[in-house]
Structure formats: structure tokens, C-alpha cells
Design a protein around this ligand. Structure first.
Ligand code: G6P
Length: 611
């Protein structure tokens, strides 16, 4: 995700850059850096850790830095290469004194790196960004705007960038494709940032760049071009958020922002990993050769909390499509019960943070037992990512809210891709693989359709505020959704909630059903629906109000339940994602209406690093 700030104008740049970075730290905080223009050269300072570590590197007596009126800055959330000082931005390009910061992923970085290495460029970091810095340098012939435009035409992937060169004092070039860039235009200069929170202190006039826009900025003068269409005009808009709201992108809570980010975060997870022609998933980070894939005896999935719930979807999909034995297990239990694991087993450790103590212990136990161990992790460079050495990064961006949302939907997306990959290495035909690829690619659009119902879901939530207890039921692929729905509700609204298999309800919990104990039933159209509707009737016969998650246009299900939220029609293995998003919104609105501390619920921690 990363945060970018840049300034050019008549004021000292350094304080603007540092305070801007602090506002953007929520976007990533594993390392930070600045580049400022001085009389003789561009000075780059960077450091591992938070912005305050970087501030410590800037001596108060360094007048050349303090007097600079132009600079760029970055706070990083690692994607390529672990969070080290070398990998921190800005990156310097070649000999021309170019400095560049970047947010996004350059997908063809390997090919570009090879080309630039052959041309004599020396790489100091493992990042995709340094490739871009050198590429701009290689194309520089005295006009940075031209060089950046030429470079971006060679680039595949996403970027928000800011860059400068010593030979063109007071000039910044910025550009975007996929990653946001906003320009705060003031009388004393222009502030560039990844979002409005970093500029709001200085100006409320903002120009939001469109995809493929490239802008040259000299003080308050702007020259905006489109990569495809020459000069373009972009009108400033008035920002009417408070600084705090701006940091959350205008959302009231990080959780809501992260729920709404899901179409984008899932697209980032899928990007470059699905092959529509061969009907397969790439997932090269798993590092399994065709023979290892074919000989895979069993997939053992370990994780905690939401990550474990995602694992259960993986278990179902891997057995369903690939015919490979799969099991999900609580990471906390794994090392203490002396599990049977051997070298033909693939252990998949799922963790948003990559630091959860029990999951890490399971990784170590599985490694000691000789299994192939892989990580399915969001945070690049985290301990689980490093210790497994193979796996798949989620690329979902930083998740700030303690209750996990976008990590779950990205985890499920990766597990579906794994199921596809394992299936294609066995009996799944190319045609069936192509169909699976289509279904996975449709997921972000399905999520968008659920998000459109946010207001309607908020209305439904009003009817489920006052209860102290609730049950979530589902079967098949919808069983893990019931578990995750119940977990979300209890985490943030403090309503006691349990997820059960719809059939299992009769083996105990049904004794608790009565008028004020509602049931949330996953009644998506597909195998098992009729049986679940039968369970719904049993709950209603005990006076429970039933809220159904139903498929759009399914009049039978809609007529059966008392309230409903619809999800678009799709196969059940992908319906997991939009159905979970519907339940995330339901929990969010119940907690909001109850006035709970949504982003930091009592007693919980984002990352549990003790047993
Ligand atoms: C904590 C968090 C949960 C998360 C779980 C596992 O309990 O509050 O949201 O699902 O840890 O975390 P991990 O980072 O390993 O996915």
C-alpha cells in the first residue's frame, strides 16, 4: 500500500514531508525515507521502522536539508523484498541523480531488471521500485517529464510515483495508475500525497489524478498529461473532510474502509496469478515442481481465528476440485498433539500478520517433521513469511482494524487458486480450469454488488441490535462463512454469537432458541439449500427470527426467512466471498448502532504473539 508525500514551493519541505508521512503511516510503517534537493545534490535518508526513526536521522543543524524547498518522501508497506533500510524508498536511479518513490507493484520488474542489469545498472535493493528509478534514468535526456512518460509506457502493473532529478531544481514529476495520487494546490506550492489526509493541514483544494495521468509540478504550476492522450485538464475539488476522516478515506472506521476496499484488495491478490488460456493458477512462490505437485499426498492447513476459518474453505475446495486430502487444524493445537506429518505433506500456514505465535510454532513443528511448509501471509518480510521461504503473499494492503475483513477474502481467493493449481496438476481438464479461472475472476464484481447494498444492510442491522445471543448456520461451503460471521459479530458488537453447521444445531444449540435469539442462516442457492431452509423452519418454530443470506431472485428462500440480504448468483465456492462481505457489513452496522469501539474492540489484539 505505502504512503507517498512530496512538496515543491517556497516553504521548507522537510517539516511538510515528515508531518505528511505521519498522517500516512496507517498505509504502511515498516520503513520510511525522504529525498530533498540541496544546492549540490539530492540527499536521501531512509530507515527501517516508523517515521519517528527516520526523523531521528535528520540532524537539526543540517541547514542545507532544513532550507530545501523540494522533496519526496515515502512510508513503506513491503511487497517486494523485506522491510530493510536498503529496500526503503526513495530509490536512486543511475548517475543522473534521480530519486523516486513508488506505491504499487511493477509486474514486469524481473524482465526490466534483467535488461537494465545487462545495460550496466547496479541494483542495491530487491524492490520493483528501484527498477523504475533506473529505467527513468536510462531514458533521461534532460527532460524528466519525457523520461517518466517513456518509462511508464514500458511498465506493466500499478503505480503511484513521485520523482525528481538534481538537474531540474524545484520540479517534481508524479503519476498514477491504480495507486492514488492527490495534488494539494496552494499559493505557496504544491503538496502531493497518496491521500488527502496528508495535505488537508495545508490546503483544501485537491486535484485527484486519474489513471495514466502524469503531472509536472513547479511550485504552484501544473502541467498534467495523460499517457494516452497528451495534455489534460483536471479541476480542483474542495476537501470537506476532517483530517481524521481523511486518513480513513472519509469512512467512519478503518473496518468499514477495509470492507469497501475488498474489490480492489482481491484484484491485487489475483493480479498476474491466473492464466485464462491454460485454465490454471501460477502461484510460483509455492515453489512446487510438477512432480512435487503430482505427488502431493495431503495439504494440512493451519491458522488461528479468521485465518483458520478461511482455511476451512481451502480444505473443502482442495478436496472438492483437486481430490487431494486436505485438513484444517487449529494452529494452537498442532504442536502439542504430535500430529502425523511427513515429507509428502504440504503444510499451509495462513496468517494475515505473519507473526501469530501459535501459527509460527506450527510452522516450526511441521518443518522439524520434514513437511513442505508454505506461508499464506499478508505482511511481507514477517516471521512466518521468512521462515517458510515459500508461499503466496496476499497483497491485500495493510489491515488496521483489529477485526479481519479484507485479509479473509484474499485468503479465500488464494486458497481457491491453490485448489485450481492442484486440480490442474491432476484430473481437471483445461476447459474446467478455464471455467474455474472465470469464476475466481468474477469475485471482485460479486463483492461490489454486495457493497451496493450497504444502506439496506444497515437497515436490517437495526432489527438485530438488542439481542444478547445469536446463531449463524450454514452447510458445505457456507459452514465456514457461518463461523466467520459469528466471529465478526462477537468480536465487535459483544453479542454472544456461535457458528454451527445447520444440521448440528439440533444436537444441542436448538435448546437455546427462543424469541430473542435470532438465527442468521446462509441459504445460498446450491446443493444443501433445501435442507438449510428446513432448518430455518425449525428455528422459526422455536420463535427465533431468521435473517437469511439468499441468492438474488430466489423467491422461495426470500419467502421463507423473516429478513434477508441478497448476494449475486454464483457457484457456492465463490459465493463464500460475497456472503462473508454481507455478514461483515451486518456486524459492522450492529456494532456501530450499539456505539462499540469498532476498530479496537475490548480485550482483542490485531496480532497475538503470545501463546
Ligand atoms: C487475532 C486477530 C484476528 C486474526 C487472528 C489470527 O485474533 O484479532 O483478526 O484472525 O489473530 O491472526 P493472523 O495475523 O495470524 O491472521
Amino acid at each position: 500500500m505505502c504512503g507517498i508525500v512530496a512538496y515543491t514551493g517556497i516553504r521548507p519541505a522537510l517539516p511538510i514531508l515528515i508531518s505528511g508521512l505521519k498522517r500516512l503511516e496507517y498505509r504502511g510503517y515498516d520503513s520510511a525515507g525522504i529525498a530533498v534537493e540541496t544546492k549540490d545534490r539530492i540527499v536521501i535518508r531512509k530507515s527501517k521502522g516508523k517515521v519517528k526513526e527516520l526523523s531521528g536521522l535528520l540532524g537539526e543543524d543540517e541547514t542545507d536539508l532544513a532550507e530545501s524547498n523540494c522533496g519526496i518522501a515515502h512510508t513503506r508497506w513491503a511487497t517486494h523484498g523485506p522491510p530493510t533500510t536498503e529496500n526503503a524508498h526513495p530509490h536512486a536511479g543511475g548517475k543522473n541523480g534521480i530519486a523516486l518513490v513508488h506505491n504499487g507493484i511493477i509486474e514486469n520488474h524481473r524482465a526490466l531488471r534483467d535488461k537494465l542489469t545487462a545495460a550496466g545498472y547496479l541494483f542495491l535493493s530487491e524492490t520493483d521500485t528501484e527498477v523504475l528509478a533506473h529505467l527513468v534514468d536510462s531514458l533521461y535526456q534532460g527532460d524528466l517529464l519525457d523520461a517518466v512518460i517513456a518509462a511508464l509506457k514500458e511498465v506493466e502493473g500499478t503505480f503511484g510515483i513521485a520523482c525528481m532529478v538534481h538537474a531540474e531544481p524545484g520540479t517534481l514529476i508524479v503519476a498514477r495508475r491504480g495507486s492514488p495520487i492527490v495534488l494539494g494546490v496552494g499559493e505557496n506550492g504544491t503538496i502531493v500525497a497518496s491521500d488527502a489526509s496528508a495535505i488537508i493541514k495545508h490546503t483544501r483544494q485537491a486535484i485527484y489524478l486519474d489513471d495514466n495521468d502524469v503531472a509536472q509540478i513547479k511550485g504552484s504550476e501544473l502541467d498534467i498529461r495523460s499517457l494516452d492522450a497528451g495534455s489534460v485538464s483536471r479541476q480542483p475539488a474542495e476537501i470537506d473532510w476532517s483530517a481524521d476522516a481523511a486518513e480513513k478515506g472519509g469512512y467512519e472506521h478503518y473496518m468499514l474502509k477495509e470492507i469497501f476496499e475488498q474489490p480492489e484488495s482481491i484484484r491485487n491478490t489475483l493480479r498476474g496469478r491466473l492464466d485464462s488460456n491454460r485454465g490454471n493458477a501460477l502461484l510460483s512462490g509455492l515453489n512446487l515442481n510438477p512432480r512435487e505437485l503430482a505427488e502431493l499426498h495431503r495439504v494440512l492447513i493451519v491458522g488461528c481465528g479468521t485465518s483458520m476459518n478461511a482455511g476451512l474453505v481451502g480444505e473443502y475446495a482442495i478436496e472438492d476440485f483437486a481430490g487431494v486430502l486436505a485438513e484444517v487444524e487449529q494452529a494452537a493445537e498442532f504442536r502439542y498433539r504430535n500430529p502425523i506429518v511427513n515429507s509428502s505433506d504440504l503444510v499451509v500456514a495462513i496468517s494475515q500478520s505473519g507473526e501469530t505465535a501459535d501459527t509460527l510454532a506450527a510452522v516450526r513443528e511441521a518443518t522439524d517433521k520434514g513437511a513442505l511448509v508454505s506461508g499464506l501471509v499478508n505482511t511481507v518480510g514477517s516471521t512466518i513469511a521468512r521462515e517458510t521461504g515459500r508461499g503466496v503473499y496476499l497483497h491485500a494492503g495493510p489491515e488496521i482494524s483489529v477485526a479481519s475483513t479484507k485479509a479473509f477474502t484474499s485468503q479465500v481467493s488464494v486458497l481457491l487458486m491453490m485448489a485450481l493449481k492442484f486440480a490442474r496438476s491432476r484430473r481437471m481438464s483445461r476447459d474446467a480450469g478455464c471455467q474455474f479461472v472465470k469464476e475466481i475472476k468474477a469475485i471482485p464484481g460479486l463483492v461490489e454488488r454486495v457493497l451496493e447494498q450497504n444502506d439496506a444492510i444497515a437497515k436490517v442491522a437495526e432489527r438485530y441490535l438488542d439481542q444478547t445471543s445469536a446463531f449463524f448456520i450454514g452447510r458445505g461451503y457456507m459452514y465456514p462463512v457461518a463461523l466467520e460471521g459469528a466471529l465478526k459479530l462477537k468480536e465487535i458488537s459483544y453479542i454472544h454469537a456461535e457458528g454451527y453447521h445447520a444440521a448440528e444445531l439440533k444436537h444441542g444449540p436448538i435448546a437455546l432458541l427462543e424469541k430473542d435469539v435470532p438465527v442468521i442462516a446462509l441459504c445460498n442457492d446450491g446443493p444443501g439449500k433445501d435442507k438449510t431452509l428446513g432448518n430455518v423452519a425449525e428455528c422459526q418454530a422455536r420463535d427465533s427470527r431468521v435473517l437469511g443470506i439468499v441468492t438474488e431472485g430466489d423467491s422461495e428462500a426470500i419467502a421463507t426467512v423473516d429478513d434477508h440480504i441478497t448476494v449475486p448468483a454464483c457457484p457456492l465456492h465463490t459465493a463464500v466471498v460475497p456472503s462473508t462481505v454481507a455478514l461483515q457489513l451486518l456486524s459492522y452496522h450492529i456494532a456501530r448502532l450499539k456505539g462499540c469501539s469498532i476498530d479496537q474492540p475490548r480485550n482483542l489484539a490485531k496480532s497475538v504473539t503470545v501463546e
